[in-house]
Write a protein that binds this ligand. Structure first.
Ligand code: HEM
Ligand SMILES: [Ca+2]
Ligand SMILES: [Ca+2]
Length: 302
């Protein structure tokens, strides 16, 4: 069983160390708040929340997840967790898992950006394996909502969790290639996506011209309050100003549209539900008790 007080006696300084580490990383790079939330998501959806995403490639016998399609040149923040782990090791050697540190870091990052503060039960242990093939199965922005819902269901999350957790796209950035199909030749029509608001479309066509060399240019997922964790993401969706196709569809599909509308109207409801869904996500496939290990260095198994 995970427990809110798991490290209370063995590492009382844990939350303070994590909060300070996350705070200084964000002070140095505002985007890091978003990157840490996403890092935790990409961990939990592959092998469960076990810090598998933090493991480096060693050789042909041990391949990590960092080079998986959804992660390479996209997921960030590994060094922030490694640094916090080093500080936690100094205070409480071989006590706190990399997985719990990542889970707490995601909570702190979201909270510093404006999300509510939710309680995180602790006691996760670190995996001894990574699974690059499974990491290639992370949801893609080009996928249908049916597929995305199925992938969440497979992790014990429901349609509401899809809508709520996608709200993390209220902070952070995406590369042009992740939504460019909407800008010039949507579904082979040689026209842009008619559902994309005109002035946003125009701006995006300028920042992401129809040439391969703009593919990695960064664009805010929420162009209104890019660094603020608020419900602006849902207001954008309602105004046809969602960036990714997988975001936009949430406002049109009849399974999700009413939730999008209510989160666009009730910011407090979104913040409350976001915490609850994050706690659910942080419980996916966790190792406890004698399973797994307390990794000494998040990059390598002991
Ligand atoms: C529902 C399916 C999802 C899809 C298809 C999706 C897709 C994406 C894509 C394509 C990007 C941009 C990556 C890049 O351009 O390098 C992105 C960024 C991001 N995603 Fe998601 N995502 C999903 C769910 C989630 C969830 C559940 C969370 C967290 C709870 C999340 C948090 C983020 C954050 C914070 C960023 C910005 C990261 C940064 O700026 O470093 N996403 N997502
Ligand atoms: Ca994992
Ligand atoms: Ca925002």
């Amino acid at each position: 069983q995970l427990d809110y007080r798991f490290y209370d006696s063995t590492c009382p300084s844990l939350t303070g160390i994590v909060r300070y580490g996350v705070w200084s990383a964000i002070a140095n790079d505002t985007r890091m708040a978003a990157s840490l939330v996403r890092l935790h998501f990409h961990d939990c959806f592959v092998n469960g929340c076990d810090a598998s995403i933090l493991l480096d490639d060693i050789d042909s016998t041990f391949v990590g997840e960092k080079t998986a399609r959804a992660n390479q040149n996209s997921v960030r923040g590994y060094e922030v967790i490694d640094k916090i782990k080093a500080n936690v090791e100094k205070a409480c050697p071989s006590t706190v898992s990399c997985t719990d540190i990542l889970t707490l870091a995601a909570r702190e990052a979201a909270n510093i950006a404006g999300a509510s503060y939710w309680m995180v039960p602790l006691g996760r242990r670190d995996g001894r394996t990574a699974n690059k093939t499974a990491a290639n199965e992370l949801p893609s922005p080009f996928e249908s909502l049916d597929n995305i819902i199925a992938k969440f269901n497979a992790k014990g999350l429901d349609t509401k969790d899809v809508v709520v957790l996608s709200g993390a796209h209220t902070i952070g950035f995406a590369q042009c290639f992740t939504f460019k199909q909407r800008l010039f030749n949507f579904g082979g029509s040689r026209k842009p996506d008619p559902d994309l608001e005109a002035s946003l479309l125009k701006g995006l066509q300028t920042v992401c011209p129809d040439q391969v060399d703009s593919d990695t240019t960064l664009v805010p997922l929420d162009s209104v309050t890019t660094n603020r964790f608020d419900n602006s993401y849902y207001r954008n969706l309602v105004n046809s100003s969602g960036l990714l196709q997988s975001d936009h569809v949430l406002s049109t599909d009849n399974r999700t549209a009413s939730m999008v509308l209510s989160y666009s109207r009730y910011p407090y409801l979104f913040l409350k539900d976001f915490g609850a869904s994050m706690v659910k996500m942080a419980n996916i496939g966790v190792l406890m008790g004698q399973d797994g290990e307390i990794r000494e260095n998040c990059k390598v198994v002991n």
